[in-house]
Ligand binder design. Structure first.
Ligand code: NCD
Ligand code: ZN
Ligand code: ZN
Length: 356
């Protein structure tokens, strides 16, 4: 309105390269619709969704099926990784080529070395030798019981194989090894903010001791990317030990608040939550407020501090491990030049987001 001052700091909108938006048989936990709405309220304009859905994204048919769901339901721009399993490694190049006739695949991954969707180091090596694509790894060695050693050992073995992007790194040692290599790293809010003494809910990789957490925080500058690993489960499933926390809506607001307080530098936040995600995952028109790029930005009013409340969030699960922590949520979000969020109101319909 005429004469009305805009009180706010313009930030490039966030790019969260690690979310699990579920859907399919796990639609009761989250859908692309609810997950992308949650992301929008958190100032995120683009996500990279992970392939460990039920059924998993391991061939072109299921990839296209998921993209069709996304096209109808995403509020923000949406991209999807291709999963690697023992049964698709021989055809991985062929599958990738078929998908890339229609879509841009940001990465193969996250590749698991333990559990349901896991592959052996040998298979990971075969994939690395077959494709040029970025490969993202959940680095926890299948045979090492100590959880700090499990991460360090897996990272060491992978670095011998070649170049990777390492998801949700939780130890300073592993972060340092990656920092001194050609590979890239990602850290999460939960491993930086919480130790295992504080939060009893499970997550993979596990929350570490407070000493280890402090070491990770001290080495934050070595991390390339900040990502949420938004991994929603119902409270009932959490009580039964399902690993993972929702986080796509709270990452940017919590870290913007920390930047305001001077705990982190605002340039580091932009680098790790916008610029490097765009660079490392190959999103050419995203990542910086710059001529020629999409106008994706979020306006934060630094005076609007408020505690995080689960009831105010938009994930289906209805709980957060960040209850009561202070944050600054964006008051406006623009995607590709269009205002999509203003003072808590979404101004576009589902399906507005672009499927990449
Ligand atoms: C993730 C999930 O629930 O999909 N869980 C988790 O604890 N992080 C999987 C993963 O990212 O490893
Ligand atoms: Zn993981
Ligand atoms: Zn994950």
């Amino acid at each position: 309105k005429k004469g009305k001052n805009v009180n706010g700091i313009i930030m490039p909108a966030g790019i969260d390269v690690h979310v699990h938006f579920r859907d399919f048989k796990e639609s009761y936990k989250e859908t692309i619709e609810s997950g992308s709405l949650s992301a929008l309220y958190g100032g995120v304009c683009l996500v990279v969704d992970q392939p460990n859905t039920n059924p998993p994204i391991v061939d072109e048919d299921i990839y296209f099926k998921r993209m069709n769901i996304a096209r109808k339901s995403t509020y923000i721009d949406y991209s999807l990784n291709l999963g690697l399993v023992e049964s698709n490694v021989d055809k991985i190049d062929e599958i990738l080529k078929k998908i890339e006739e229609n879509h841009y695949v940001p990465a193969i991954g996250e590749v698991f070395l333990r559990g349901k969707m896991s592959v052996s180091y040998k298979t990971l090596e075969r994939a690395r030798k077959t494709v040029d694509k970025l490969i993202t790894v959940h680095a926890e060695d299948p045979n090492e019981e100590d959880d700090v050693a499990a991460e360090v050992k897996a990272v060491e073995r992978c670095l011998k194989i070649g170049k990777f992007h390492f998801c949700h790194i939780s130890t300073a040692k592993a972060l340092d090894l990656i920092y001194n290599s050609e590979s890239t790293s990602e850290v999460t809010p939960h491993h930086l903010l919480y130790s295992r003494e504080i939060i009893k809910f499970k997550v993979n990789p596990s929350l570490k001791s407070n000493e280890e957490r402090v070491a990770l925080v001290r080495n934050f500058h070595k991390a390339d990317i900040l990502a949420s690993d938004h991994a929603p489960h119902t409270l009932e499933e959490k009580r039964e030990g399902a690993p993972g926390f929702p986080g796509v809506e709270t990452t940017y607001p919590m870290f913007f608040y920390m930047a305001k307080k001077g705990y982190i530098r605002i340039n580091d936040l932009v680098e790790k939550f916008v610029v490097n995600p765009a660079k490392i995952f190959g999103f050419n028109n995203y990542g910086e407020i710059e001529v020629g790029n999409y106008a994706n930005f979020a306006v934060f009013d630094p005076h609007r501090e408020k505690p995080i409340r689960a009831r105010d969030l938009h994930s289906k699960v209805g709980w957060t491990i960040y209850e009561g922590l202070m944050a600054i949520f964006p008051k406006e979000v623009y995607i590709r030049g269009e205002k999509v969020l203003e003072d808590g109101d979404v101004l576009v319909d589902k399906g507005f987001g672009k499927v990449i």
